[in-house]
Ligand binder design. Sequence first.
Ligand code: HEM
Length: 147
Amino acid sequence: MYKLLVIFHLLGAAVWVGGHLVLAANVLPKALAARDPQVLLGFEGGFEKLGMPALAIQILTGFTLVHWWFPDLSAALAAHDPRLPWVGVKLALLLATAGLALNARLRLIPHLTAATLPVLAWHVRAVTVFAVLFLVAGAAIRTGGLP
Ligand code: HEM
């Protein structure tokens, strides 16, 4: 069961992190150079179908893995387990990602123009950095902390 959870968590991470790196490093510069929101929206529309289920899998498997590592959360807190702050980092990243994604989806994307494209670009860059930090925090939990 644990191994299956890690496999699905890594699969979801591959989709989420990989998709955002392609978006930020390849699609976004093209959209900004052409000042054409459609370049971004075209990729976003396709990626969303894979990216959203991937994020849902991350949340589901992530919380189950937290329970696997820390079945007694208050005991882990009392023992100052060095991996626990990294779970906090993941929760903060989740809140920040959700806030940016909701703002992009509900406020920016419905009225996207060449003028507002740079604002969406910053959202994309931030969510991509957060995606990589999710991965770093995950590795820290597995290895007992960083460095
Ligand atoms: C897009 C979001 C996320 C990404 C990209 C991500 C990525 C990763 C990666 C790459 C690992 C290392 C796996 C390993 O080597 O075993 C990991 C581990 C872990 N993640 Fe996430 N994660 C995400 C969201 C979450 C969430 C929301 C939680 C729950 C708070 C969570 C909890 C954990 C735990 C507990 C581990 C340790 C699992 C283990 O190694 O046994 N993750 N994560």
